[in-house]
Design a protein around this ligand. Structure first.
Ligand code: SF4
Ligand code: SF4
Length: 415
C-alpha cells in the first residue's frame, strides 16, 4: 500500500515503523476471516484491513474523529490478524501508534474518560485487593453482570518454605490483580516449580508489568513501570542469581516480551530492555523440558479438559501448541474444539469498556468448548479464566492449578 505520511507523523518516533507496516499491507483481506470483531459485526471498518485504512488516513493528515477512535477501541488487540497475514503486517505495533495519536487528538466523551480513568486508578492501586474482597463478600446479592466478574474464592494452599534451598532460582512477576482475584494461581505455580527443584521469589522494586496503563493509553506511566521492572530484574538475571523471569499470566508475559519494542527510543533503557528479553518465560516454556519429572510426581491423571489458548499466548508470544503439548505429555485428556484461534473477549479491560462484544465472544467460545463436554476448562491468563468462568458452571482454572492438584491433591488453606 503506497503511503505518504504527514510531516508530523514522519518525524514522530514511530514514523518509520508506521510507514513500513502500512507499506507491507497488500489489501488481500485474508485477515478478515480470523478477526473476531469482523466476524461478529461484519463491518469492514471493524476489520484489520479497515482499521489499517483508517489509521493510514490519519497518519497522512486526515482529521481523526471519535468514530475512528471507536473502531480502534473495538479492536481487542488479539493480534489474530498478525498470525493470519501472509505479508507480515505488524498490526499490533501500528495500532499502538494509532491509538496514541487518536488519544492525543480526539477528546473522549466524559463517560469514557471517567470509565478509563477509574479503571486505571482502581486496577493499578493497592485498594484493588480490599475492594475485590469486599465484592466477593457481597457477591451473592450483586446483579448477574457484576457477579460474573467475580469468580468464587478457592483455596490457595500453603506456599513452599525456603525456596532458596534450590539450585535453580527464578523470579516471579508480581501481578497487580491476579493475587487478589485468584491467589491460588501463584501458590500452585510455586508448589509445582518447587516440586521439580526450582525456587521462586518476587523481587522488591518489581511490580505490575504496565499493560493496563499502556492499553488505557497512559503510555508514559506504563513506561515508568517497565523501567522499574528492568531495574529490579536485570542485575539478578545477569549475575546468575536467577535464571528467568517466569510469568503465569500470558497477558503480562506478552507485554513484558514487548518491553524492548516499547522502550526502543529510550536512550537509557533500550539496550537493557533488549538484554532482558531472553530471560522472560511463560511458565509452560520453563516446564516443557521437565514433563517427565512432573508426570512422575502426579498422583492422578486429569480427565476431559479443554485448553483455551489466550491470544497473548498464541498470537503475541507465538507459543501456539507449547502448553497443549505439555498437557498431553502429562496425560491430560485434551479436547479439540472449533475456532481455537478466536479471542474469548476478555482482552484486559475490554470486557468492561466493550461489554456487549465481549459477551458475544465469550458465549461463542464457551459454546465451542462445551460442545466437547469437558470436566474442566483450563487456560493461561487470569483475564480469560475469570471472563470464561462468568459464563459457565464448568470449572475454569489455570492449567498449573490442575497440575498442582494432580500432584498434591486439592489446595487447602489450613495446610
Ligand atoms: S487485533 Fe484482533 S480484533 Fe484487532 S484487528 Fe486484529 S484480529 Fe481484529
Ligand atoms: S492479511 Fe495482511 S496484507 Fe492482507 S489485508 Fe490483512 S493486513 Fe493487509
Amino acid at each position: 500500500m503506497q503511503t505518504k505520511l504527514a510531516d508530523w507523523a514522519r518525524n514522530a518516533d514511530y514514523g518509520k515503523d508506521v510507514e513500513a507496516i502500512i507499506g507491507r499491507c497488500t489489501h488481500c483481506g485474508f485477515c478478515l476471516a480470523t478477526c473476531p470483531t469482523f466476524q461478529i459485526l461484519g463491518d469492514e471498518l471493524d476489520s484489520p484491513r479497515g482499521r489499517i485504512y483508517q489509521m493510514k488516513a490519519v497518519f497522512e493528515g486526515a482529521e481523526p474523529s471519535h468514530a475512528t477512535q471507536q473502531h480502534l477501541d473495538r479492536c481487542l488487540t488479539c493480534r489474530n490478524c498478525e498470525t493470519t497475514c501472509p505479508s507480515g503486517v505488524e498490526y499490533g505495533k501500528l495500532v499502538d501508534a494509532g491509538r496514541r495519536v487518536l488519544d492525543q487528538r480526539v477528546r473522549r466523551p466524559l463517560r469514557e474518560r471517567l470509565l478509563r480513568a477509574g479503571l486505571r486508578r482502581l486496577m493499578g492501586s493497592r485498594g484493588f485487593g480490599p475492594l475485590y474482597r469486599l465484592g466477593r463478600f457481597v457477591r451473592p446479592v450483586l446483579p448477574a453482570a457484576l457477579k460474573s466478574k467475580i469468580p468464587r474464592a478457592r483455596a490457595a494452599g500453603a506456599v513452599p518454605q525456603h525456596p532458596e534451598r534450590h539450585t535453580r532460582q527464578v523470579l516471579l512477576l508480581a501481578n497487580c490483580v491476579q493475587p487478589a482475584m485468584l491467589p491460588s494461581i501463584d501458590a500452585a505455580t510455586r508448589r509445582v516449580l518447587d516440586a521439580v527443584g526450582i525456587g521462586t521469589r518476587v523481587v522488591a522494586g518489581s511490580g505490575c508489568c504496565g499493560a493496563i496503563n499502556f492499553h488505557l493509553d497512559v503510555q508514559d506511566a506504563a513506561r515508568r513501570q517497565m523501567r522499574a521492572n528492568v531495574d529490579a530484574w536485570l542485575p539478578l538475571l545477569e549475575s546468575g542469581a536467577a535464571e528467568a523471569v517466569v510469568v503465569n499470566a500470558s497477558g503480562c508475559g506478552a507485554f513484558i516480551k514487548d518491553y524492548a519494542q516499547h522502550l526502543r527510543h529510550d536512550p537509557q533503557y533500550a539496550e537493557r530492555a533488549a538484554r532482558l528479553m531472553p530471560y522472560v518465560k511463560d511458565v509452560a516454556e520453563l516446564l516443557a523440558p521437565l514433563a517427565d519429572e512432573l508426570r512422575a510426581r502426579m498422583r492422578r491423571v486429569p480427565g476431559r479438559t479443554a485448553f483455551h489458548a489466550p491470544c497473548t499466548l498464541q498470537h503475541w508470544q507465538g507459543l501456539r501448541g507449547t502448553t497443549e503439548r505439555l498437557l498431553q505429555e502429562l496425560g491430560f485428556d485434551l479436547q479439540a474444539f472449533a475456532e481455537p484461534h478466536l479471542c474469548c473477549g476478555s482482552a484486559g479491560t475490554y470486557s468492561i469498556t466493550q461489554p456487549e462484544l465481549s459477551r458475544s465472544l465469550r458465549d461463542r467460545k464457551l459454546a465451542a468448548i462445551e460442545a466437547t463436554h469437558p470436566e474442566a476448562i483450563v487456560s493461561a491468563n487470569i483475564g480469560c479464566i475469570c471472563h470464561l468462568q462468568g459464563g459457565t458452571s464448568t470449572p475454569v482454572k489455570h492449567w498449573v492449578e490442575c497440575v498442582d492438584e494432580a500432584m498434591h491433591g486439592p489446595a487447602r488453606d489450613d495446610r
